[in-house]
Design a protein around this ligand. Structure first.
Ligand code: HEM
Length: 436
């Protein structure tokens, strides 16, 4: 097959590097071969892209020769077959429209008060006088907020119970979810057996919430959460959403909507605390703010968050699979070929972002805008982020409220900005160590 050039290491080595090393591992190949280049792995070829014109073709919403990547099957095992991540074509487009509604920018106000309350409560309980990783506590906060948005849950004990159900399923080892050979149910003592039982428990919990809310709706009691809105939604053929589709989409929002925002705030905290002048300017800007809406509107905070999402994109790679021969730059890619947009390097093209390894919020001064194929922290096209407005809003209000409440110092010996994978996102290796 006629494929772009790429590293010549054995397939096993390239597979290991792709799955167990961080995306920056492709730096050498990118500099040597440019875009596109091919990583040859066991059982498949993966073509890597960083050029805007190539991305325009990859993310073209009318493109039917591509579909979601087969690696989304990993998430599908946890979230169910009707998850947005598993759908393609017309049903995908329809479910997307329904899920995007509650996250429109004009709906954000309903989440502001709750975000501030959660951040203050948690930050008030953080340890004093010793180092700890900020990621874990930030993830707890983000989980509470998404549970509120999706199910209207407010009681911290109910949220804690929800996370004990969700964690073992959504956080199951990707290898177990992907490899059919490991999926043998030998009861509770086998990894797959445990996963199946945990998934049953999680599904039963969500089904219980759906039944409860449906009964309330039928009794005329209306709620504002996303579950209540989806209960009234219809499939394209006019039938109501099935309970299976409902459950899969609710779980999809829980899974995609908390780790991403927690990681983005973790990166933001680490970058800001390592740049005292940025930290001070933010504190000055925040001093005059009283409400979450004030925080959300701050121009410098906006610049800082956008630069954080540039230099440390939470989802550093985005994949698609070829289903019909697909041309790119004179190469015809055959069905089964995986194509990956390397967001990590797209955000490091020096012609767009000079001195790209420097953290510099000034790049976004005066609402500077970049082409959507040059700067895409939330993806673009038919599978762009459903929760974009919510994610950015939550990132700003959480970071802003935290910096008003506490004045942490960053651990001088944490390797920064070293990366590690967690599911499909990358976070700082040490989780951003801080001390209050
Ligand atoms: C700062 C926070 C976030 C970042 C950086 C982020 C980033 C992304 C990116 C890059 C994609 C595109 C993946 C691709 O093209 O393959 C994506 C998709 C998605 N995001 Fe987000 N996201 C964030 C927050 C959220 C939130 C809060 C939610 C939900 C409440 C959410 C739900 C989704 C969903 C459902 C998809 C899949 C869309 C589809 O397949 O059609 N995200 N996100």
């Amino acid at each position: 097959m006629n494929l772009p050039p790429g590293p010549s290491a054995p397939r096993l080595v390239q597979t290991w590097r792709h799955f167990f090393r961080v995306p920056s591992v492709y730096g050498d190949a990118w500099r040597r071969y440019g875009s596109p280049f091919t990583a040859r792995m066991v059982g498949m070829d993966m073509v890597m892209l960083t050029e805007p014109e190539q991305l325009r073709a990859l993310f073209n919403p009318q493109e039917h020769r591509l579909r979601r990547t087969r690696y989304q099957d990993i998430q599908g095992q946890a979230l169910g077959p009707e998850s947005l991540l598993m759908l393609d074509g017309a049903r995908h487009a329809h479910h997307r429209r329904l899920l995007t509604g509650p996250f429109r920018p004009d709906r954000m106000q309903r989440y502001g008060g709750r975000t501030v309350e959660i951040v203050r409560r948690h930050a008030g309980q953080w340890p004093r006088g010793r180092w700890f990783s900020a990621y874990g506590p930030l993830e707890h906060m983000a989980m509470e907020l998404i549970l509120y948005a999706v199910f209207g849950l407010q009681d911290p004990a109910a949220c804690a119970e929800a996370r004990t159900l969700l964690d073992p399923v959504v956080g199951a080892p990707p290898l177990l979810l992907f490899s059919k050979a490991l999926q043998v149910d030998l009861g509770h003592w086998s990894p797959w057996g445990r996963f199946l039982r945990n998934r049953e428990r999680l599904n039963a919990w969500v089904d219980g919430l759906i039944a409860e809310r449906r009964a309330q709706l039928e009794a005329g009691e209306r709620h504002n959460d996303i579950l209540s809105q989806l209960l009234e939604a219809e499939e394209p053929d006019g039938h109501a959403f099935s309970d299976l589709a409902l459950r899969c989409e609710l779980l999809t929002l829980l899974a995609t909507g908390h780790e991403t925002t927690a990681v983005s705030v973790t990166w933001a905290l680490g970058w800001v605390l390592r740049h005292p002048s940025v930290h001070q300017r933010l504190r000055d800007e925040l001093a005059a703010c009283d409400t979450p809406e004030d925080i959300n509107d701050l121009p410098y905070l906006d610049m800082v968050c956008k630069e954080v999402l540039r230099i440390s994109p939470v989802l550093p790679i985005m994949g698609r699979e070829v289903v019909e021969p697909f041309e790119i730059d004179g190469y015809t890619l055959q069905p089964g070929t995986q194509i990956t947009a390397l967001g990590w390097f797209i955000h490091r093209r020096p012609e767009v972002f000079p001195d790209p390894e420097r953290f510099d919020p000034e790049r976004f001064v005066d609402g500077a805008r970049f082409d959507r194929f040059e700067y895409l922290p939330f993806g673009t096209g038919a599978r762009a982020c459903v929760g974009r407005a919510f994610g950015l809003y939550q990132m700003k209000v959480t970071l802003g409220t935290l910096l008003k409440e506490i004045n942490p110092e960053p651990a001088p010996d944490e390797p920064w900005p070293a990366l590690r994978w967690r599911n499909v996102v990358v976070l700082p290796k040490g989780g951003c160590q801080i001390r209050l």
